[in-house]
Ligand binder design. Structure first.
Ligand code: IPE
Ligand code: IPE
Ligand code: MG
Length: 239
């Protein structure tokens, strides 16, 4: 789904640089992941305040499972802790917690905490906070193709029905509009498998700031930059 030229409806953030933040302070990498919580707070608060409808945070990729087991376990522990510590406050702020990714790959504890937070906040009308967990853009496309193929094999759809809309309707969160803006911290200029299908016309913003240092003023800078862009979606400029 494409949104209006000037609106900022959906923001995606590739929260990168936790390890380097810790290393630069002589700390273990996991301390960088711990410090990330404050940045998440600010991002969620700020987006809620200014009326952003969807905020997708890339928290753990399908490729991040390759990391040392201790680091992965710690990130999973932090996920549970983040949910438990914040769900009351997020619920009060009318935030709807959602998730995208291969959630079945998550260990049972964080999965249960996540599911509980999702159902508890299901009817909230404020910011949609979408946690991308065990998320990969290619995995999402593979999963969509699989479920679309199943529909075709069962005779409910035919090959002629394959269209962008049909594929879209099989993505993890088909009701969520495509991201208008994707921010990546830590100076890396790549998507690293984030929202590949959905980012076709997203505006991209890269900053050298490491995620644990990312504050609302950095987010404001990104939004100001976004407002100066002209989105053409392949068309010619209007007047
Ligand atoms: C982002 O920070 C968090 C995750 C990918 C889980 P990193 O852990 O990738 O930090 P750097 O890139 O090594 O500094
Ligand atoms: C992307 O960061 C994934 C998340 C932020 C969760 P990575 O640190 O995994 O990406 P690469 O390896 O530098 O591309
Ligand atoms: Mg990284």
């Amino acid at each position: 789904m494409r949104s209006d030229n000037s609106l900022l409806t959906h923001v995606g953030i590739i929260m990168d640089g936790n390890g380097r933040w810790a290393k630069s302070r002589g700390l273990p990498r996991i301390d960088g992941h711990k410090a990330a919580e404050e940045s998440i707070h600010e991002a969620v608060e700020y987006c809620g305040e200014i009326g952003i409808r969807y905020l997708t945070l890339f928290a753990f990729s399908t490729e991040n499972w390759k990391r040392p087991r201790a680091e992965v376990s710690f990130i999973m522990f932090l996920l549970s802790r983040f949910i438990k510590r914040n769900v009351d406050n997020l619920d009060r702020k009318d935030v709807r917690i959602r998730a995208t990714g291969r959630l079945d790959d998550l260990p049972s504890k964080p999965r249960a905490d996540l599911d509980a937070a999702i159902s508890r906040t299901e009817s909230n009308q404020g910011l949609n906070l979408i946690l991308a967990l065990s998320y990969g853009g290619r995995a999402e496309i593979v999963d969509a193709v699989k479920s679309l193929t199943e529909e075709i094999q069962s005779g409910r759809k035919s090959v002629m029905d394959i269209s962008e809309e049909a594929i879209n309707s099989h993505m993890y969160l088909p009701d969520v509009p495509d991201p208008d803006l994707i921010i990546r911290t830590s100076g890396e200029i790549r998507l690293s498998n984030f929202l590949l299908w959905e980012s076709a016309y997203s505006e991209l913003y890269f900053t050298d700031v490491l995620w644990p240092d990312f504050r609302r003023r950095h987010m404001q800078e990104a939004f100001v930059d976004y407002k100066s862009r002209r989105r053409r979606f392949g068309d010619i400029d209007g007047n």
